[in-house]
Design a binder for this molecule. Structure first.
Ligand SMILES: [Cu+2]
Length: 167
């Protein structure tokens, strides 16, 4: 089930944070058949701070098994809610729709990237600072809990990282 949330939120917000590690070795987080990594290649999860109380998180989920899995929830202690959103074009307006769970079919890679799927953190109890690393846990129905770390970047850093293809 989905519900319409907001329109134009991404373009309306300024401050950003993202998890990247340009100066570090590529990093991936795995459990069972599920591997969570950066949006491009094996770089870490990217986390984008849109405002002081809302953030977007971008990453890639690879399912190397034949069986389908599902991202059921994300645990972030300092966010009131953590929900996967997808973008939907409705009459020329870009809308964000909440998903109750994110299917990850077998032998498939699902990417959460700017302009498409993203993890939305809302009701932050504090504003993450650029450069900071933040922990969260992705809970999959079959692979179990996958702890990941994401680095907070500025909006410009996120845009540059995706232009360069290496968040
Ligand atoms: Cu969203």
């Amino acid at each position: 089930m989905t519900r319409i949330l907001t329109r134009g939120v991404i373009s309306a917000l300024g401050l950003v944070a993202a998890v990247t590690s340009c100066e570090r070795a590529p990093q991936a987080f795995r459990s069972g058949d599920i591997t969570v990594s950066g949006v491009v290649g094996a770089a870490p999860v990217v986390l984008e701070s849109l405002a002081t109380t809302t953030m977007s998180v971008y990453f890639t989920i690879a399912n190397s098994g034949h069986a389908a899995d599902t991202l059921d929830r994300v645990e972030v202690t300092w966010a009131r809610t953590a929900t996967v959103h997808r973008m939907s074009d409705q009459g020329g307006m870009s809308m964000m729709m909440a998903m109750e769970a994110l299917p990850v079919p077998g032998l498939t890679t699902v990417r959460l990237a700017p302009g498409g799927l993203h993890l939305m953190l809302e009701g932050l109890s504090r504003a993450p600072v650029a450069g900071e690393e933040v922990p969260m846990v992705l809970a999959f129905r079959h692979a179990g809990r996958v702890p990941v770390r994401a680095r907070v970047l500025t909006y410009d850093q996120v845009a540059e990282a995706f232009r360069a293809g290496r968040p």
